[in-house]
Design a protein around this ligand. Structure first.
Ligand code: 6R9
Length: 648
């Protein structure tokens, strides 16, 4: 962290918006910042006019900390706003989704087609007994049925809970149980570098002894997936689709505060949190940020490379761009399959005008070298975005030069599953950017950096990132655990939201996000709780105790190092290392696989028996050790240091 900060503080480059970009920008009047901070409700009310409401709301915001209600008593439907209204307003033949399959198959889905498919899917869910307010778990690859499933749930007022396809059967099961879903939508298998990901097999394992009554199965991989269908429980998507009515379906009028979806994210304990997003505020936030941060126009082609299994895909593939009636590009597979130019091939093929990706991908492209980019015409691009983790200035500059060709503004967008949409990011027509800084809070967002007492830090200092006032797309609670919601996000400063990130405020008031201050690791932009990996580790019969930390990693941002003490009589071996890594993959998913495992007779602990993670991080990152005077047994450190060297 301190190395990262040093590099950031030396960063002096400033990129002003070009005259031509400024002139055409949606947000081009700098007074918007002052107006929104003087009267945020007026600002958000104005943004809400970009949606269609079945019934108007009575007040913009009711704030009873830590609970907020937005657009109180307003009625609307998210799927209606993302699909039906565009068909009504003459966009029937406009492409909503350009879908690119990994093996090279593709589909251009117009708003007219999308409407039909969403209605059929919604009727399918109804035929399986799904009603307004019921939860539906979705475990699909990046195929058109994924956004269609989200919108189908929204259309009938069911709550979707998407579980990223990279999660294991056990992780899926945990999320099904927590959400209490009766229906699961999955696929036979997904593609990853040409090979199948066994989604249905995982689903079979996950649903045993859960409330799941019906499993709807999309056929994506075909016969080679070799799946089994369980009678009376499993049904193929196409088979059921053929049985339901093709009549248009009226959208369910939802209260602005009705739940739109749950999305699980990692926290400091082993149990993932079901983040609750509601309909009106979330959609206003998502829609606004497309017009403001991404300067979205009607003829844009928006390529967001995230998976819909994460919040970025929810907001910036589905609800944001589609509510704005835009065209999105959705890609199923790996960026290096069949070649390392796949993203650039897709940008060129569909004429992408906006590209939104993660620093970890950019660092990978840097490593591969610019020749893969140069094979393609990227002149359609006009704006670039970054999300998921702090972007280091070198990656920012590479993105700027090689992808943006010096012409495209870069919007580094800080936000979280909990915030629903971008919070700190430049308005590209108004704010000069600095490589590595997410710049300033967006209009209507009251983010700041504060000290231990909650007082704003003076420019030039660091502290806790906070958000002082509610915003429309904020999480409403943690599903089934309001206490955890209060403690996690509002427990430190009264009535002030604590995201869990550290930040620095520079002399110009720009915010530089430094990373998590809690026990959450960010591996390739994926949030993983150290406690989750530790509890997976200790569930293995050979492990007595485990401590997991994130160490800096050139490509992934952070990588997982696990320090493990074995049970009496268990010998360490290469095989055991492989077995333990696999064990974590099975418990959580491939993204949580530890990069390295260090066996140690003891873990360094304070006299009050707390594991000294800072020390473990110092060891893993090869730094000179800091103060170890509170350590119960200082010799543990020497042993660990030598073990760590052995494992190099
Ligand atoms: C959207 C998303 C949230 C955490 C967040 C922070 C990190 C995200 C960032 C960033 C620095 C950015 N993060 N964007 N850090 N600069 N532009 O990623 O949601 O998966 O919930 O992760 O990711 O640490 O707290 P989520």
């Amino acid at each position: 962290m301190s190395n990262h900060l040093d590099t950031l503080l030396q960063e002096q480059r400033l990129f002003e918006p070009s005259q031509s970009f400024r002139q055409q920008a949606n947000f081009s009047d700098p007074s918007i910042y002052d107006r929104a901070s003087e009267n945020p409700e007026e600002y958000w009310a104005e943004q809400a006019t970009y949606l269609d409401w079945f019934e108007p709301y009575e007040s913009v915001c009711e704030w009873d900390p830590p609970h907020a209600k937005w657009f109180v008593n307003g009625k609307l439907n998210a799927a209606y706003n993302c699909v039906d209204r565009h068909v009504r307003k003459g966009k029937k033949n406009k492409v909503a989704i350009f879908w690119e399959g990994e093996p090279g198959d593709s589909r251009a889905i117009t708003y007219g087609m999308l409407q039909k498919e969403v209605d059929v899917a919604a009727r399918m869910l109804q035929s399986l007994g799904v009603k307004k307010g019921d939860r539906v778990t979705i475990y699909l690859p990046m195929i058109p049925e994924l956004p269609i499933s989200l919108l189908a749930c929204a259309k009938i007022g069911a709550v979707h809970s998407v579980v990223f396809g990279g999660f294991s059967a056990k992780a899926l099961r945990e999320r099904i149980l927590d959400a209490d879903s009766k229906v699961l939508i999955t696929a036979d298998a997904g593609y990853r570098r040409g090979k199948p990901i066994p989604l249905k097999a995982n689903a079979d394992e996950a649903v045993v002894d859960t409330p799941i009554e019906k499993v709807l199965v999309v056929e994506r991989f075909g016969k080679d997936a070799g799946i089994e269908m369980k009678e009376n429980r499993d049904i193929y998507w196409a088979e059921l689709a053929a049985k339901v009515s093709r009549e248009p379906l009226a959208a369910e009028p939802m209260d602005a505060e009705d739940i739109l979806y749950l999305l699980y994210t990692s926290g400091t304990t082993g149990k993932p949190k079901g983040i609750v997003h509601t309909t009106g505020g979330y959609l206003v936030g998502a829609n606004t940020s497309l017009r403001s941060v991404f300067d979205l126009k009607d003829d844009d082609v928006f390529f967001c490379t995230a998976d819909i299994g994460w919040v970025t895909g929810h907001t910036y593939i589905v609800y944001g761009p589609l509510s704005a009636g835009s065209t999105v590009v959705m890609y199923e597979g790996s960026p290096d399959y069949p070649g390392r130019d796949r993203f650039w091939d897709i940008c060129e093929k569909y004429g992408a005008t906006i590209l939104y990706t993660a620093p970890t991908s950019i660092r990978m492209f840097m490593k591969w070298g610019p020749e893969y980019v140069k094979q393609h015409d990227l002149s359609s691009l006009r704006l670039l975005g970054s999300v998921g983790e702090p972007i280091n200035p070198e990656a920012w500059m590479w993105y700027h030069e090689h992808i943006g060709q010096g012409r495209c503004p870069i919007v580094d967008t800080w936000w979280q599953t909990e915030t629903g949409c971008a919070m700190i990011a430049p308005l590209p027509g108004l704010v000069a950017t600095k490589p590595g800084s997410a710049t300033k809070p967006l209009p209507g967002i009251f983010a700041d950096v504060v000290d231990e007492e909650g007082q704003p830090v003076e420019p030039g200092n660091g502290g806790y990132l906070v958000i002082r006032k509610p915003w429309p797309s904020m999480l409403r609670t943690v599903w089934g655990d309001d206490e955890r919601f209060r403690n996690t996000y509002f427990g430190k400063f009264e009535g002030v939201y604590l995201p869990g990130d550290g930040a620095h405020k520079d002399k110009d008031g720009y915010i530089w996000i430094l990373g998590r201050i809690d026990d959450v690791i960010n591996v390739s932009g994926h949030r993983i709780g150290t406690a989750e990996v530790e509890s997976a580790m200790v569930s293995h019969p050979s492990v007595a105790e485990a401590a997991v930390i994130g160490r800096s990693h050139e490509i992934k941002g952070q990588a997982i190092t696990a320090f493990v003490t074995l049970r009496e009589g268990v010998e360490s071996s290469e095989d055991l290392v492989a077995e333990l890594k696999q064990h974590v993959v099975e418990k959580i998913g491939a993204m949580a696989r530890p990069e390295e495992i260090i066996f140690t007779a003891e873990l360094p602990k304070t006299r009050s028996a707390k594991i000294m993670r800072r020390l473990l991080r110092d060891i893993a990152e090869g730094r000179v050790l800091g103060d170890t005077t509170t350590l119960a047994d200082p010799s543990v450190v020497d042993e660990l240091k030598s073990r760590y060297k052995e494992s190099d």
